[in-house]
Design a protein around this ligand. Structure first.
Ligand code: XIL
Length: 373
């Protein structure tokens, strides 16, 4: 055999060995096993280079905190849930445990043990806590919903509630959603027990009392559907501008960011909205982001979901002095979307088996882009 022919045979031999080896190797590794989470598998191999980061490390390099809401029962019973929160997040919000019906079930009874558990967990892991929420039209106990009191009594009830709840966590909760969802989409004030029985002043009174109870806490107005410039965010803007002019202690706006793959705010408009609140001297936090998908979920929607998470985080990171980006849950299996909006789900960044979804890596990428820039 001439040298030329021998090299050709050798090259073919090498090619054969390489192909067989990699084929075999891949079967052995079987990197993506289909989980029955209903959302398709995370495309792990293409994210291989991103897998050693954590959200909270990158967030801290971007100068922000990143977080999730946390629920008492999985925190108690599901180790994986606990582990991932501890590994990935720097700020948490109790999902329901600080709401009126949870902490104040009867007029003279306050129940803090569940909220305490979550706050202690945060302390043990060096995380900050957002307090959610003091005044809201939902999740109220019957003694409030069916209560028949004079205006003075209503004022006393709300004052006592705010003093007691904020007072208990003084120095432990860095920010409170003092008033939650007070506006309708058209910018009118939403009907609620508080509006009906106290009048529109309930808003400023709530901020005043929260400040008296913990002068160091940052006090937020929090709402959904007010992320971009629209009738609701215009109304909020007018409200907080007036509050500031009157010297009422309000420090920030919470943009909830409950969105859907088929509906999400224009990032440019979100950027402009954040800018106008920042110009008033207010902080802006993303407080409850999730991206719901109509079931059954397709690969395209999972990809689109990742793009939406990424573009909102990017928009936020590029705003003036961002400080906290919080999601309303991080694992699909405990997300409120599934039990609140039948037909929708898969709204978070980990699937039911705690596999990171493309949305998780999209957040990592958004932060790496920011650090690189
Ligand atoms: C939701 C919780 O996630 C659910 O578990 C509960 O049943 C209802 O409330 N905006 C808010 C949050 O401000 O408090 C809501 O949380 C989601 C919408």
């Amino acid at each position: 055999m001439s040298i030329g022919k021998r090299s050709i045979v050798l090259i073919f031999l090498l090619l054969f060995v390489t192909i067989t080896f990699f084929g075999f190797h891949q079967t052995l590794q079987k990197p993506i096993e289909r989980k029955d989470s209903g959302i398709g598998e995370p495309s792990t191999p293409i994210y291989e280079h991103l897998k050693n980061y954590t959200l909270k490390d990158l967030a801290s390099r971007c100068g922000i905190m990143i977080g999730t809401c946390v629920s008492y029962s999985p925190l108690l019973n599901d180790n994986k849930y606990k582990e991932i929160i501890a590994r990935e997040f720097s700020v948490i919000t109790p999902e329901n445990e600080l709401k009126f019906e949870s902490v104040h079930p009867f007029r003279n009874v306050y129940t803090f043990s569940r909220a305490d558990t979550i706050v202690s967990f945060a302390e043990e892991h060096g995380m900050k806590v957002r307090g959610h929420c003091l005044v809201w039209h939902q999740q109220l106990p019957n003694w409030i919903l069916k209560g028949n009191y004079t205006r003075e009594e209503w004022i006393e009830i709300l004052r006592d509630h705010i003093y007691t709840v904020v007072g208990r966590y003084k120095g432990k909760i860095y920010a409170w959603d003092v008033v939650n969802e007070a506006f309708n989409d058209d910018g009118t004030l939403r009907d609620s027990v508080w509006l009906r029985n106290i009048g529109p002043e309930y808003i400023k009174l709530a901020f005043k009392w929260a400040h008296e109870a913990d002068p160091d806490a940052l006090l937020f107005y929090n709402d959904y559907g007010a992320e971009a410039i629209n009738s609701k965010s215009n109304a909020i803007y007018e409200l907080v501008k007036n509050l500031l002019e009157e010297g009422i202690p309000i420090h920030g706006i919470g943009l909830q960011m409950h969105v859907r793959v088929e509906w999400y705010p224009n990032p440019q408009s979100v950027a402009e909205n954040i800018k106008r609140f920042r110009k008033l001297g207010l902080k802006v936090e993303i407080t409850e982001m999730d991206v719901a998908i109509r079931l059954p979920v397709s690969e395209e929607e999972i990809t689109k979901q990742a793009e939406i998470y990424k573009s909102i985080l990017k928009t936020y990171l590029n705003s003036d002095s961002p400080q906290a980006f919080v999601m309303w849950g991080f694992v699909d299996k405990y997300s409120w979307i599934d039990y609140t909006f039948p037909g929708y789900g898969a709204a978070t960044i980990f699937d039911n088996e705690y596999n990171p979804k493309p949305a998780y890596y999209a957040l990592i990428e958004a932060m790496l882009d920011k650090i690189g820039s």
